[in-house]
Design a protein around this ligand. Structure first.
Ligand SMILES: [Zn+2]
Length: 140
């Protein structure tokens, strides 16, 4: 069994269980999936980041996976530091600001902020490339 986070065209998010990824594709092709809120048939998989529990224990064990995890975390934290230092934070105004910059060819400003899945889709359709970065804290 596999749990997917699903999202409809109106941005309703919900979770559903499937036997495997093929079952999802099958149901989708036969139009048997609908949104539990608005019954829309326009459903797709929302991106789900896997979560790992017992991180502390894994790190203490100091095996290959623990070391890998620690290094990965450090790397992501360095990315975060870099972004915070070199990019301007614009919070929820991100999609507006990113458009201003994109359509103003002389503007080379780099920014970061928050978008909704809907906004990301719109921006992608306009050809604006975005990168989503896992935001880690130093300790957890
Ligand atoms: Zn819906």
């Amino acid at each position: 069994m596999i749990k997917y986070k699903l999202i409809c065209e109106k941005n309703h998010e919900f979770e559903s269980w499937f036997a495997d990824s093929r079952e999802f594709d099958n149901l989708k092709r036969r139009n048997l999936l609908d949104c539990i809120f608005c019954s829309s048939k326009n459903i797709k998989k929302s991106i789900m980041s896997p979560m790992i529990s017992n991180v502390k224990k894994i790190k203490e064990k100091n095996n290959d996976f623990g070391i890998l995890l620690k290094n990965e975390k450090k790397r992501l934290f360095q990315i975060r530091k870099y972004v915070e230092k070199n990019f301007e934070y614009v919070d929820k105004n991100f999609s507006q600001k990113v458009r201003d910059i994109y359509y103003d060819k002389k503007n080379k400003k780099t920014i970061y902020g928050i978008t909704t899945p809907e906004e990301r889709k719109e921006l992608a359709e306009e050809g604006i490339d975005l990168l989503s970065i896992p935001w880690v804290d130093k300790d957890n």
